[in-house]
Write a protein that binds this ligand. Structure first.
Ligand code: SAM
Length: 187
């Protein structure tokens, strides 16, 4: 799979608008994290890295493609379904990762996150029309296999592995419809 495209800024009208507004909401949420040990799984180019570091957090990454990260932080080359032996963290974050994971893989990722931290923050692209359109286009245009996960199912999986007090934030609403959600779970 070609992940090099993540190094380039997102082009295009609607997609850019969607991601810009989503990023603003995610930034707001992540700016609440201060002086914590954070593991960013699927860190990619580390778009939130500067913000997290500025707020005194100790940031570590985990990614199948660690070379994408443009910040001088430790990035483990691992699969999201195997985070063992990487230490303990206050928070595990995973923005725009879950669409690369099948239900079974996402479920294992959440189990792993629960083993090594007390909080998880992740985005999901649900099984709504816009969410489905996004994954369908990825498959048709880029030949990339992406997955949708329902909010209810994701919450259920988070609860199963011990996360409670779950909050759900809609990521930008276009024509009254959300295309993605930001979920937070705490132990
Ligand atoms: C869409 S990018 C997200 C980057 C960043 N988190 C963000 O918010 O923009 C997805 C990242 O997940 C990584 N990735 C995809 N599948 C993975 C897996 N199974 N395990 C670990 N990393 C994975 C890719 O290498 C890529 O860097």
């Amino acid at each position: 799979m070609n992940y090099e495209r993540y190094k380039k800024p997102v082009k295009g009208g609607l997609l850019r608008k969607l991601t810009t507004e989503s990023k603003r909401i995610i930034r707001m949420r992540l700016s609440e994290l201060t002086n914590l040990r954070i593991l960013d799984v699927g860190i990619g180019t580390a778009p939130y890295g500067e913000l997290l570091l500025k707020n005194g957090n100790k940031l570590t990454g985990a990614d199948q493609n660690p070379h994408l990260c443009r910040l001088p932080v430790k990035v483990y080359k691992v699969d999201a379904t195997d985070l063992t032996g990487k230490g303990r963290f206050d928070v595990v974050i995973a923005t725009w990762l879950s669409e690369y994971l099948s239900s079974q893989q996402l479920s294992v990722f959440l189990q792993q996150a629960a083993k090594i931290s007390n909080r998880v923050i992740l985005t999901i692209i649900p099984k709504t029309f816009l969410g489905w359109l996004y994954t369908f286009s990825a498959r048709m245009i880029r030949g990339v296999c992406k997955y949708n996960h329902s909010v209810k199912w994701s919450i259920n999986q988070m609860q199963k592995v011990g996360f409670g007090n779950i909050t759900v934030k809609r990521l930008p609403v276009v024509w009254g419809i959300s295309w993605a959600y930001l979920l937070t779970g705490n132990k």
